[in-house]
Design a protein around this ligand. Structure first.
Ligand code: NDP
Ligand code: 8X3
Length: 250
């Protein structure tokens, strides 16, 4: 049987990178996307150019996204799985002191970027009446928390899009699922706090957070269910986390 192709955005770090690795280890061919090209090439070094194809683009640049997908070589065009993972938080501030550039980044990357990549990939899935899209939402897309305002809004949007995409695409034979993690120790907090490593580390102090591989294994499970099964939505938390803000720290 032909190897399935999974397109993973944000494959240079954290959840996306772990997902690319776990899926590749389990026989998927991977289209790995991100801005940091050298990190994408690490995946090629690990699995070889026959198994990993890299695409470098900023998800905010719709023209670049469409061009990259349209110019995929023939053998990489049949995308079976799309993991819309690229995203981040920028800042953690009350709405009255939030930075407009941070707001733009979160809405442009987490919401519009997801839409641009989906739009590029969907025509092939619709033509084949087959495909699986997994959007990475967040517990922040289920619960608003203090100072989370625009990041939460971006993830509430991912939640709404996942639900309505599932409705729109049900007659096209395409599965749409959403994974909503709690605290996962990745580069996420370093990006949120603009490189402040100590502040980023404090987010995960006193409890055992999830690691990116925990999410990757769940995604692998989701994309290997039988054709008639869609695991539509999963929330996955560290055992020590009960809600966006209730974490049992020792
Ligand atoms: P990381 O910071 O480790 O990874 C983020 C990834 O997104 C990187 O590969 C980065 O690649 C990519 N990315 C960011 N901006 C852009 C852009 N403009 N264009 C293209 N790619 C971009 O964080 P995580 O792995 O934790 O985050 C992955 C997803 O999981 C995000 O959607 C996040 O919101 C979500 N999430 C994370 C949680 C956590 O606690 N860590 C919890 C819940 C959800 P590059 O910089 O090379 O472009
Ligand atoms: C990332 C988890 O709680 O920092 O989406 O928003 S949280």
């Amino acid at each position: 049987m032909a190897q399935k192709i999974a397109f993973v955005t944000g494959a240079t770090s954290g959840i996306g990178k772990a997902t690319a690795v776990v899926l590749a280890q389990n026989g998927f061919k991977i289209i790995a996307a991100g801005r940091r090209e050298e990190r994408l090439h690490e995946l090629v070094d690990l699995f070889g150019a026959d198994q990993v194809k890299t695409l470098q683009f900023d998800v905010r640049d719709n023209a670049a996204v469409q061009e990259a997908v349209q110019n995929l070589p023939e053998e990489w065009r049949q995308i079976d799985v799309l993991i819309n993972n690229a995203g981040n938080a920028h800042g953690l501030a009350p709405i009255q002191s939030g930075d407009v550039n941070d707001w733009d980044a979160m809405l442009d990357i987490n919401v519009k970027g997801l839409l641009y990549v989906t739009k590029a990939v969907l025509p092939g899935m619709i033509e084949r009446k087959s495909g699986h899209i997994i959007n990475i939402g967040s517990i922040a897309g289920k619960e608003a928390y203090a100072n989370g305002n625009v990041y939460c809004a971006s993830k509430f949007a991912v939640d709404a899009l996942s639900k309505s995409m599932r409705i729109d695409l049900v007659h096209e034979g395409i599965k749409v699922s959403e994974v909503n993690p709690g605290a996962v120790e990745t580069e996420f907090s370093e990006v949120r706090f603009k490189g402040d490593k100590a502040r980023a580390a404090s987010v995960y102090q006193g409890f055992e957070p999830l690691v990116a591989e925990d999410i990757a294994e769940i995604i692998h499970f989701m994309v290997t269910r039988p054709k008639h099964v869609n695991l539509a939505e999963v929330m996955v938390l560290p055992t020590a986390q009960a809600s966006a803000t209730v974490i049992s720290r020792q």
